[in-house]
Design a protein around this ligand. Sequence first.
Ligand code: FBP
Length: 554
Amino acid sequence: MELSPLQKERYKYQPKLPTILKSNVEDIQAEFGAATESVADQAAVKALFETTYGTPVVAFKNGSNPNAKNKINVGVILSGGQAPGGHNVIAGLYDGIKAGNKESKLFGFLGGPSGLVDNSCLEITDAIMDEYRNTGGFDIIGSGRTKLEEEAQFDKAIETCNKNGISAVVVIGGDDSNTNAAVMGEYFKKKDAGISVIGCPKTIDGDLKNEHIEASFGFDTATKTYSELIGNIQRDANSAKKYWHFIKLMGRSASHIALECALQTQANICIISEEVEAKKMTLRAIVDNIAEVVAKRSAKGNNFGVALIPEGLIEFIPEMKLLIAQLNDLLAEKEEEFGKIADFAGQKSWLQANLKAENATAFTSLPESIQKQLLLDRDPHGNVQVSLIETEKLLSEMVKEKLDEMKKSGKFAGKFAAQHHFFGYEGRCAFPSNFDADYCYSLGYNAFILIAAGLTGYISSIKNTAHPSEKWLAGGIPLTMMMNMEQRHGKQKPVIKKALVELDAAPFKTFAANRDKWAEETCYLFPGAIQYYGPAEVCDQPTKTLKLEQGLTN
Ligand code: FBP
């Protein structure tokens, strides 16, 4: 296989571990904290997780754990969307397992969770692992979005594990996949299957976090990749001075990616969905705000700019949120009936008859292209596939209409020409930044230490990550601690609560304090490409979000 020069160099990179994880594995011992509760709906979650609810937070300290030397077979799954660093989680897990016992084995389930059910797996060897260290992508074993929630699937998973002598499964995934991991872990424990389940926090969206899970991996690399591209576009906009660039950024629900990119690039506009929801801003109000900035910049002779739009925005606009919630329920309940309607005209009249009046009005107010996009298939977890909804085009078209109106009343005399971009897939498989390479390797290695401590229903936690890796802390928290009850496919289900942008936290406050200046003036920052080699202040910086959340400004 031909290799790029960077790939050759990255193979040689040795990811950094927290100090405690550098000890011999048998000298690492679990220290248990107080019992835990789920973040909300405690009684309902507890009733569903009889055996794994309320277990304590775990921190690793020096001590003794002879079990870490036992021979063991472990299975690993990559679940959901790609995120830079997935290969390093597997590398860390692999090296941890082998540090315990050279005869232990790691099996990778192929194509995501379905591999576990269908017994489709590959034994990971030194030769295979070494081809993927510090590289982007999930291609070592592939990923998938199959939802594991049926008892029949869990029984088949037990069969698979028994056939391969597997006594622990590590699920590398986002909130939905870790929810499934928790449900599966509970089932295995109730059945006394002797298989532990450990989760690892993955998603570029950055919405799987709390005080113990400071970041989901991939967020660092993805936001740096998008910020490089936004910076390049800002230079182009400032050179040509003729376009407004509307850039939609991935992040299915939370606006963490858009916010981090705004902090890194100082774009003129960044919409934060959580603020839109909190202020109950209508679509019209959002459009009016953007048009006002365009007009103000134009009055200074600047008929150009950059606007960042979070992918999940549409679901946070109050009237759209209600519409989408009813659409989700309707399409789940009456899937068959809806599926039989032959054309879009028929679908529209069916919706007029079935939607509440206010939702029908919201639906009709949208351009036909967006109406069609809202009806596309849900993902296996029942979510609208927001990556398929062209919010950036919807907004720019509505801004243009608004500016045309303003022109008539003499409030806008400039020019407005828009370009559209969607940055998502560009960032999901980049070579992991040094931060993600180190963080992911540590998460994987630590997942083995959790298994060796005899734990199940936990998620791997590496903390204090805005500081150098020697100061990182390793441990785990029960998956049930992050859960609440939510409506999915028309039913109440236990799910890990998404961590949305907090409007009273430092990252948003920093953005809000600066945004008027960034809107009217041109204060662009050009972050440039991710650097893997060179001074630490260039190569080893965590995201601005992480630093601000941990009280660091520089
Ligand atoms: P995960 O939550 O599974 O990590 O995926 C996140 C994401 O990248 C979103 O940002 C995006 O909306 C979605 O995946 C796209 O999904 P797909 O890869 O199925 O098109």
